[in-house]
Design a protein around this ligand. Structure first.
Ligand SMILES: Cc1cc2nc3c(=O)[nH]c(=O)nc-3n(C[C@H](O)[C@H](O)[C@H](O)COP(=O)(O)OP(=O)(O)OC[C@H]3O[C@@H](n4cnc5c(N)ncnc54)[C@H](O)[C@@H]3O)c2cc1C
Length: 482
């Protein structure tokens, strides 16, 4: 290929240095001569909080699927986690979960580490920074996209630095990983492209977090204590042990509750939880930080996969494409899985085409959307518990699968295998088809036979689930916040 060949993988550009951006930069580095990652923030050499990720101080529990991807891409990652004494844990054995009673604690094999987001992100960032063909460029805000003369393909971005110096960065492929405040819809509109349809389901949940020094007798053999909300008491809380022996407590309140903002309000919230044990533990600890709160917890899906026109050589990944209510603890794993999707689609393009970058953005979006359709169905069926008057209860595909999935979720409290299955689906270890496998359907049929008809049994087949979920990509904005 000549130096001017537009198909040459000479420069990959990643916008945003959060989880999706870092993992994507890592995978692009195996194929592009050079990779640049731009972030509006400083990208510190220490595990410090960044203002570009305001969700950072809140509990971030890494799903096992994300952890295994990170270990594959960064095999020595645990060195930093060991050094900081970030606890290793099994997602079911080491969690005490209260949901109308205590959930069983089987060993699931779903392993991860408990730590702050800032520690994990820094451990990844310093490994990405050490890759010889990757350059991290902090304090550069992306302002707009630049296209070729025909306006068909993205060839770079316009930036401004912390000192308001304007600049341009050219690239042969650009990936937006700027998170839930991504400006891609506006950047596209400025270029004459349509904006993506957006689905929003918002139960108006808010989070508040505080850290504590544990008491000398710190409560026993668990990594985390969690209490789930009920319709009568829509309060959730999680106490997790994180690095350096610290306790972090996050609470989530669902509308009409608001997350507390003061230390006093925080303790009042804990006192009112469905499970009193969590309050008792925290009551014996000493506060280490102020209470911080966060309100932008809606589920949002920007339908980039369904756009009639979209510029080539450009893709959107991570929270910028799809973000779920953080009460499900999925986002970091989805960001890691998006990086793997970018890698897999690029490798496929390289093996099948002499122009591997042509159509790559579209292929990435379609592949991500296939997983997002299933996850949206699974998550929103759970969210509807909090939206009893939503019209979605009566709409396809929710009307068909929700009663069945709700029953499955209820059974998780008594059947450890179903508990592990549900967790694997939530975290993307298993696809949603697994919820409709014959042995699972038979178990639900034993207790609630009315919920199991032939249409439910069919969904064990990927093709049947593809057909059912296809209409979830047929916006525009069908699921405006009820
Ligand atoms: C309260 C809360 C709790 C959560 N808890 C969990 C959890 O327990 N487990 C879990 O897996 N996930 C959790 N998440 C989700 C997780 O935070 C996100 O899903 C994850 O960070 C997404 O990664 P990302 O790279 O797409 O975006 P981010 O990590 O948000 O990164 C976006 C990056 O883009 C940069 N940026 C933005 N705009 C520009 C621009 N114009 N130019 C340059 N740079 C820009 C930002 O500075 C930032 O560095 C939680 C989220 C919230 C809100």
């Amino acid at each position: 290929m000549s130096a001017r060949d537009p198909d040459r993988l000479d420069h990959g550009l990643v916008l945003g240095g959060g989880f999706a951006g870092l993992v994507t930069a890592r995978v692009l580095a195996d194929h592009f001569e050079k990779v640049t990652l731009l972030d509006r923030d400083e990208l510190p050499d220490a595990p410090d909080h960044r203002k570009g990720t305001p969700q950072g101080p809140h509990t971030h529990i890494l799903p096992a699927s994300g952890f295994s991807i990170l270990l594959e891409l960064f095999p020595d990652l645990e060195d930093d986690l060991d050094e900081a004494r970030a606890p290793a844990f099994d997602w079911t054995r080491d969690f005490i979960v209260y949901a109308d009673g205590f959930a069983p604690r089987p060993e699931s094999g779903l392993r991860s580490r408990l730590c702050t987001r800032k520690l994990l992100e820094w451990a990844i960032r310093r490994r990405v920074r050490a890759i010889s063909n990757v350059e991290l460029v902090p304090e550069h805000r992306v302002r707009s996209l630049i296209t070729d003369d025909a306006g068909a393909r993205v060839v770079g971005v316009a930036t401004s630095s912390a000192e308001e110096r304007q600049g341009r960065v050219s690239a042969s492929f650009v990936i937006d990983a700027t998170g839930r405040t991504s400006r891609t819809p506006r950047w596209l509109a400025a270029l004459g492209f349509p904006e993506p349809a957006v689905d929003v389901v918002d139960i108006q949940a808010g989070s508040a977090t505080q850290t504590f020094t544990p008491p000398t007798d710190d409560g026993g053999e668990w990594a985390a204590l969690m209490t789930r909300p009920t319709p009568e008491n829509p309060r959730q809380a999680a106490l997790t042990r994180i690095e350096h022996g610290i306790w972090r407590v996050s609470v989530d309140g669902i509308s009409p509750l608001h997350p507390p903002k003061s230390a006093e309000g925080f303790m009042d919230f804990l006192r009112a939880l469905p499970y009193a044990g969590l309050y008792e533990h925290v009551g014996r600890a000493n506060a280490l930080s102020k209470v911080v709160s966060y309100r932008n917890n809606a589920n949002r899906w920007f339908h980039y996969e369904a756009m009639p026109r979209f510029p080539d050589r450009y893709a959107v990944v991570g929270d910028a494409f799809f973000h779920a209510n953080p009460m499900y603890a999925q986002g970091m794993a989805l960001a890691c899985q998006a990086g793997v999707t970018v890698r897999d689609e690029l490798v496929r393009g390289l093996s099948e085409s002499s122009s591997p970058l042509d159509g790559l953005g579209r292929r990435i979006h379609e592949s991500l959307a296939r997983a997002y359709r299933r996850l949206w169905l699974w998550n929103i069926c759970a969210e509807l518990t909090w939206l009893p008057s939503s019209s979605l209860h009566r709409e396809r595909p929710f009307d068909l699968v929700r009663p069945y999935l709700q029953s499955l979720r209820r059974r998780t409290r008594e059947e450890p295998e179903l508990q592990i299955l549900a967790l694997k689906i939530t975290h993307g270890v298993l696809p949603l088809e697994a919820a409709f496998a014959p042995e699972v359907v038979d178990r639900i049929a034993q207790v609630e036979p009315d919920l199991v008809g032939p249409q439910i049994r069919e969904l064990a087949e990927a093709a049947a689930l593809d057909r059912l979920t296809a209409e979830l990509s047929q916006g525009p904005g069908r699921f405006e916040s009820p």
